[in-house]
Design a protein around this ligand. Sequence first.
Ligand code: FES
Length: 122
Amino acid sequence: MAIIHFAASGVDRTVTIDVAPGERRTLLSVARDHGVPILFNCEAGGCGACLVHVDTVAVGERPLAPLTEPEKFLLQSMHRLTEHDIEAAQQRGVPPHVRLACQYALGDEEIVVSFMSDLGSH
Ligand code: FES
């Protein structure tokens, strides 16, 4: 089960979903299913429109989902992460908090997702 607290200007919404083993549910797909206005465009990790900040709720929780290859490439291109950030995160076993909602695959976790919405900036 994933518990997601979405937070943005004009948005304060908690969504709880079951993710079946082997099922790939992304943050963006869940947000869209529940009317949470995360901006998006390509839905393929290529544009950066769905940039979000993800935090775990409690220390000791399941770590954040690992970075995907499209996230590594695009977040570096956008100067949101450096190669050093990615290597350091891998060594610590703690993925970065800056993520792409269309690439972040949910598992059993409770997270807070902050983002820019089309309702205003935060
Ligand atoms: S919608 Fe384009 S990178 Fe996520």
